[in-house]
Each structure stands twice: as C-alpha cells, then as structure tokens.
Design a protein around this ligand. Structure first.
Ligand code: SAH
Ligand code: SF4
Ligand code: F3S
Length: 440
C-alpha cells in the first residue's frame, strides 16, 4: 500500500531546504508527499527556535496532532531541527508530548531514514541528538519543490555568536563544503532546467575560512562563472563585517549574479551594535554600502532589523531609523527582540518593556514600508525581466521576481513557469508590481 508523508517546516530558507532533504530521504523509502494529515503515515516537524513565537507555533501545531495519533496509532510523528538541538528541549518534549515517536537534532538529518526504520522495527521512541557537530549532507538527494528555484547549501553553522542569537548554539561551528561539490551541484541543477540558484549559509561571506586553503566566497563566485547555461545566482546571508571589496567585484564580474545583497544591519546605534557583538559600527556599515554602490550602482540592498534589544534607548532606536533613512533599503525584515535561553543577551539587564517594543516596531515598519513603496514606484512604466515561478489561481496571474527581488504579476494564456519574461510595469502597490508581457 502507498505510504504518505507530510513535512511541516518552520524557520529560515536553510530549514526549508533541509526539509527538501528530508523529503528526499522519504522519497527513497517510497513515501509520497501529501498535504492531508489524516492520510499521512509520517508527519515530520522541522522546527526553528530563532524567536519564541517560532517555537510556540511549532509546539501548538504539534499538540493539535495528539488526537490524530490517538485515532491512528500507526502514525509516526517526528520532531527535528534547531529547536530540538537546544539543551533540555528534547527532555521537555519527551515529558509533555509523549506521543512523539522520533526526536532528531539538526545534525542528524542525514540519518533520518535509519531513525525511521528503527522506530518501525522496534516500536520504541527514538531519540538521536548529537552535539556541536554540523554535518554536510553530501549523500542525500533533495526532493525539490521550488522549481525553477533551487537552494544549494554552501556551509553549515555559524561562528559569530551575536549575543541575541541561538543559531551558533544549535547549528554548531562553521563548516564549508568544497568548491568542487558546490560547483557540481549547481551545474547539475542548471542542466536539469533550474533557472535560479540560491547559495545558502548563515554567513556566506565567511565561506571557506575553515578549509584553510585560501578558499573564500569571492573565489567561489568567480569559480561558478564556469557553470554553463542560463540561470541566475543569488546567495544569503551576508554578514556586513565580512563583506569585502573583492567580493563585490566578483559579484559585478559574474554575469549570472543578481544585483541584490541581503545585508542585515540589525541596529543603527553603535552602542547596541557593540552589545550585540556585531563587530561593526554604523559607519562601517555605511562604508560597506558605499563599496557596493561603487561597483554595483543598481544593487538592491535588503536587510534585517531588530528593535527592543536590552538597553535600547529611544535615542538608540532613533539612530536605527536614521540609518534606515540614509541607506534606503529595497525591503527589510523587521523583528522584535526575543530573549533566547542560553544566549548572552537574555541575561543582560534592562530588558525592554513589551509596550515600548511594540511602539518601536510599528514606527520602524512604517518607515520601511514607505521605503519599499518608494522603491516600487521607481518601476512604473519600466520594462523588467522576471523569472516566472508560480501561478496565482485566485487572481489568474503568473508571478516571478526580477533580479532585485521585486515580485511582478502578469496575465498569460500560456504556462510560463520557468521562463524569463519581460513585462512593462503599469502599477506598483507596496512590494508587488503588475504589468503586461512585452512581446518580443
Ligand atoms: N545568519 C543571518 C541571520 C539568521 S536569523 C545573519 O546573521 O544575518 C535571521 C534574523 O533573525 C537575524 O538577522 C535577526 O534580525 C533575527 N533574530 C535573530 N535572533 C533574534 C532574536 N533573539 N530575537 C529577534 N530576532 C532575532
Ligand atoms: Fe546569528 Fe549572528 Fe550567526 Fe547570524 S551571524 S546566525 S545573527 S550569530
Ligand atoms: Fe531557525 Fe535554525 Fe534557521 S533557529 S532561523 S531554522 S538556523
């Protein structure tokens, strides 16, 4: 009888891609994907713990499955990912969610098939969580669900220990894949017809340092010029402290690289940046922006910003708003600081009141939305090339992004998913552009 699986993913792009790897493992074991939980034989939660709400979301959805398990005792529920890698979480989950069959850490992903078999054979709960040792999964073929886009992991882990962040604790130290392995994966994907490749790492700018052979991210970007075929190259995330002019030049020289850089600033106050252990000042950040603009004048710079870090004064917050005004981001992800157990910032004095955090995030979001609108408005009446990636059934519109990351919508009788399409923009609302196909 056909067996089915469902994977529920939380967190960053890297987690989404790791879910594709889990799907690859399940596919090799002859499972088929389903959206219907009642039909599933295996349900996997691939969790995130970057902020408290990410954790609560996962636990809430997990709790709701208790009734399914009671109705269908053969259902296997597995819980994996970053959340499980935190100290004591596995213990708490074992106690409060006894119906979970498999608990696996983010470093045990490659072994998921073995863990599943073990559970099926023994009927006993399986717990497998190794500590601080990221593994590069070279032996798993992902089951990709995002055509024409494909994610390629270039490194695991993070060495930065920003004081608010849980990632280095749950993902371990940086470990880079070889340039050759990355090149081969990218080339294969392009030959298979993928049109946009996004290189993933917590801090792609420090790619290669651990290989100790002079490899660095700029060299990887140069090396990937050898890949044959028509495709776009993206990457994320870039830590500002490690962004070099050599890299920006490599991006400018690589015809496939999108002129878009995600450069999380986090805050505009030097005092706060120092407490965050970001290892740059607001001036350093602006200098990096100037380097980008020098070589890539049209580059869209996007960012992550946080409000409510411990000790953040009104003046610190105004410094953040000022920096945002100076840079003019194409778009920004904005977050309210959320204390994470085990991090340095969670123990800092002067944690900020929820009402103050709420007020600041609203003011920040207003400013960022305004910048996003302004950026979109510059598109009016222009022709842009987008990579068609999906079809919105409700609105009967196809959609895709331009190289700067802006989403464009258009009408077409033909299915154009996977094609580069030129549209003339006739309206821009917030983050979305609408236009008509330009006939060649
Ligand atoms: N490695 C990436 C970011 C990964 S997390 C980088 O360094 O840029 C994505 C974003 O989540 C971060 O940029 C930060 O803005 C936010 N974030 C991380 N920890 C957080 C916390 N404790 N509370 C709120 N936001 C957080
Ligand atoms: Fe977290 Fe900082 Fe590492 Fe990004 S660079 S994952 S914010 S510790
Ligand atoms: Fe979350 Fe882990 Fe990514 S904590 S943001 S899933 S690295």
């Amino acid at each position: 009888m056909q067996k089915f699986y469902k994977i529920i993913t939380y967190g960053c792009q890297m987690n989404v891609h790791e879910s594709e790897k889990l799907a690859g493992i399940l596919t090799r074991l002859d499972y088929m994907p389903t959206e219907d939980e009642a039909l599933a034989d295996v349900i996997v939660f691939n969790t995130c713990c970057i902020r408290e709400n990410a954790e609560q979301h996962a636990l809430g959805n997990l709790g709701a499955l208790k009734y399914l398990k009671a109705k269908k005792p053969s259902l296997i529920i597995a819980l994996g990912g970053c959340m499980i890698q935190q100290d004591n979480v596995a213990k708490e989950v074992k106690k409060s969610y006894p119906f979970v069959d498999i608990l696996f850490g983010t470093h045990n992903l490659e072994d998921f098939g073995v863990l599943l078999k073990k559970r099926l054979e023994t009927g006993k709960k399986v717990v497998e969580i190794v500590g601080d040792k990221p593994k590069i999964c070279e032996n798993v073929v992902p089951f990709r669900t995002s055509y024409p886009n494909a994610w390629v992991n270039i490194m695991q882990g993070c060495n930065n220990f920003c004081t608010y962040c849980i990632v280095p604790y749950v993902r371990g130290r940086e470990k880079s894949r070889s340039m050759q392995a990355i090149y081969s994966e990218v080339q294969k994907l392009v030959l298979l017809g993928y049109k946009e490749i996004t290189l993933l790492g917590q801090n792609v700018n420090s790619y290669g340092k651990d290989l100790n052979d002079g490899t660095n991210f700029a060299k990887l970007i140069d090396f990937l010029q050898e890949v044959r075929g028509e495709f776009r190259l993206r990457f994320m995330t870039n830590h500002p402290k490690d962004l070099t002019e050599e890299l920006v030049i490599a991006i400018a020289n690589n015809k496939n690289c999108c002129h878009a850089i995600h450069l999380p600033v986090q805050a505009g106050s030097d005092e706060i940046l120092k407490k965050m252990n970001r290892r740059y000042t607001s001036k350093d950040y602006l200098d990096k922006v100037a380097i980008i603009k020098k070589h890539l004048p049209d580059c869209a710079i996007t960012t992550d910003i946080m409000v409510g870090f411990p000790g953040e004064t009104e003046q610190d917050f105004l410094d953040t708003l000022n920096l945002v005004k100076k840079v003019g981001f194409a778009s920004a992800f904005t977050f309210v600081y959320s204390p994470r157990k085990g991090t340095i910032a969670a123990e800092m004095p002067n944690q900020i009141d929820e009402a103050v955090k709420k007020d600041r995030i609203m003011r920040l979001v207003d400013l960022c939305n305004e910048q996003t609108r302004q950026f979109s408005a510059t598109y009016l009446n222009k022709e842009i090339t987008i990579l068609c990636e999906d079809y919105d059934k409700k609105r009967d519109l196809y959609l895709g992004r331009d190289q700067y990351g802006r989403m464009g919508y258009f009408k077409s009788q033909e299915n154009l998913i996977g094609e580069f399409v030129t549209i003339k923009v006739n309206s821009a609302t917030g983050i979305s552009l609408y236009g008509d196909i330009v006939e060649e």
